[in-house]
Write a protein of this length. Sequence first.
Length: 95
Amino acid sequence: MPKKRENRGRRKGDKGHVGYIYCDQCGARVPEDKAICVTKMYSPVDPALASELEKKGAIIMRYPVTKCYCINCAVFLGIVKIRPEDERKQKAKLY
């Protein structure tokens, strides 16, 4: 059976077995190396109030929040784009 991707959609290399994590959107159980993880800065203060406080010299802390998604949710949320078929796998042209 032909392979669609050289790495089979994973970042495992030749590690053997990797652990599982749960998708933060749908709760699916996904291998750690296959999940799409996104880190965003989170502030507990709403942006309008934060800008007012920063003008007065206050320091507002922001915290990194990492969320991991399965492939289906990452595509649905727009984190990963579906590429055209000719861009998915670059084949060497023989002349």
